[in-house]
Write a protein that binds this ligand. Sequence first.
Ligand code: URA
Length: 254
Amino acid sequence: MVSTSHSVRRALRQQLAGDRLLGLRSVPMGLVAAPATPEHKTPVLAGVKASGGSSEKSALLSVIDETRVKGCRRCGLSETRAQTVFGQGNSDARLVFVGEAPGYEEDKQGLAFVGKAGQLLTKMIDAMGTSREEVYICNVLKCRPPGNRDPMADEILACGDYLREQLSIIEPEIIVALGAPAAKTLLHTGLSIGKLRGRFHDYFISGEPGSGKAIPLMPTYHPAYLLRSPGEKKKTWDDLQMVMAALGLVKRSG
Ligand code: URA
């Protein structure tokens, strides 16, 4: 049987050869420019596991972004976004933060968590003894909902493949879900964030609850909520300390 890492490398080689033939500059180390997948169908890369290092993972992530997300028209948010926000950071991260959706600044800059909530997230990450460069940061939705309204169920469904693929490529040791939409989406639950936070849950890479490899997921409050309710910061810090203990991170002093 052909191993998945072998098939990933073969696909990368085919893409490079195809690009050369067409006289194209490669999509960053790209894979086959996968045709836009029919809505909610399993895309070409689903189930492909990048077992190689960070460059292979980063190539796979770039391909998803360049060939599918940037031109995505799966839901109505494509009509109102300025640009998509795929996510950024270390493609081989031990820790991934998943938020809700881009806001005004993110939509403008094309980067996740760069507004006010992002500044608080940066402080939280630094306090954990790591950095934005070492972790990976993304959202459930890759496009901004108008006026920063809550994501709708059909939008979450339409965007679901992208997040699942990101997580299965990065395969971090721990995921932190920031806020209710991220926690509920990843855990397939209707429980409130207040009930979910404070302990690790299992996120199943297969997307099927209970099947295949699980990654520990810590739900906690969203930084935007903490800006409105600073009294809840202590609970979030408690959650993050559990993550630090699991990863062996030491709080940065000062
Ligand atoms: N809120 C989110 O959930 N994600 C962002 O990227 C910014 C704000």
